[in-house]
Design a protein around this ligand. Structure first.
Ligand SMILES: Nc1ncnc2c1ncn2[C@@H]1O[C@H](COP(=O)(O)OP(=O)(O)OP(=O)(O)O)[C@@H](O)[C@H]1O
Ligand SMILES: [Mg+2]
Length: 271
């Protein structure tokens, strides 16, 4: 297979509105375009208010839902056309950190099980060591967490464990849907720092979904702004935020609290 790591072309999703339902259709996403090269790790932020289509875009890009229009291509091949081995490689290279970490862990299994299954399915070499390294990267001690059940973790710990699980498989791209939504400001800075390190040091690209433009400003190379499923603006993150062209982007930028400090605070280092 050849071609960019991942591309979305003319991607659209309409919910409902079939012959058997009386509900009118909801166009959640329209003409969405996205691209990640294989040889250049970038952080692309996808921003927009609640309901603008961000999670829908993530689900389509990850192949968790089928598009109504357009297609997603992995290394030049439509996701629909991937064979068994290609799909497995896609599943390894493109990892998800989902918006709802409560839904992502099976409540009946200990954390260890989640990591064991991932390591076994994808043939991770020296799994014990790899798991410990992945935990260390997100600032957690594996021995303290592996035997716990998901409900014995805080929301922030769960989000960090999802990032650790994604890391275990050495992905090329992580689709992170509001990965810092459940954690407090100090920890948020350290997660953003982890994302930056993974990008710069490990060469991992991110589709970083957020409705918080100040974090996009700090960590993203590019910014795509969605409004009611439409892409209203895209470009280098700082350019878009410093001089927004579309009225909706202007509203988003103006709604960031505390204008004096909003762009100046750099993420803190991880302890
Ligand atoms: N399964 C579904 N059936 C019907 N409508 C849906 C479904 N999933 C999403 N939608 C609708 O599609 C639109 C986009 O939803 P989406 O979850 O992508 O928004 P979002 O930008 O991720 O919002 P948030 O910031 O709240 O997470 C919304 O109007 C939502 O109500
Ligand atoms: Mg969402």
């Amino acid at each position: 297979m050849s071609g960019p790591l991942l591309e979305a072309a003319g991607l659209g999703k309409t919910f409902g509105g079939g012959a058997l339902t009386r509900r009118s259709p909801v166009v959640a996403l329209r003409d969405f375009e996205l691209g990640f090269a294989d040889d250049e790790a970038r952080i692309v932020a996808l921003a927009g208010q609640s309901g603008s289509g961000k999670t829908t875009a993530a689900q389509l890009v990850l192949g968790f839902a089928h598009p109504t229009t357009g297609e997603v291509r992995y290394r030049g091949r439509s996701l629909r056309a991937l064979g068994r081995n290609e799909r497995r490689e896609f599943r390894r290279e493109v990892q998800a950190v989902l918006q709802d970490p409560y839904g992502a862990f099976n409540p009946f299994y200990r954390v260890r099980h989640v990591f064991d299954v991932a390591a076994r399915n994808f043939g991770v070499a020296d799994a014990t060591r790899a798991v410990a390294d992945a935990f260390a990267f997100v600032g957690l001690d594996a021995s303290r967490f592996l035997d716990r059940f998901p409900h014995e973790l805080s929301g922030g710990e769960r989000q960090r464990l999802m990032i650790a699980r994604a890391l275990l498989l050495r992905p090329k791209l992580i689709v992170a849907d509001e990965p810092v939504s459940m954690i407090d400001a100090s920890l948020r800075a350290s997660i953003l720092d982890i994302i930056i390190r993974l990008n710069k040091d490990e060469g991992i690209s991110f589709l970083y979904i957020t409705h918080d433009l100040s974090t996009a400003y700090h960590i993203a190379d590019d910014l795509v702004v969605l409004f009611e499923g439409e892409t209203v603006e895209r470009g280098p993150a700082r350019t878009v935020i410093d001089s927004p062209q579309h009225p909706y982007t202007r509203t988003l930028v103006e709604s960031v609290p505390d204008p004096d400090v909003r762009w100046t605070r750099a993420p803190a280092a991880v302890e």
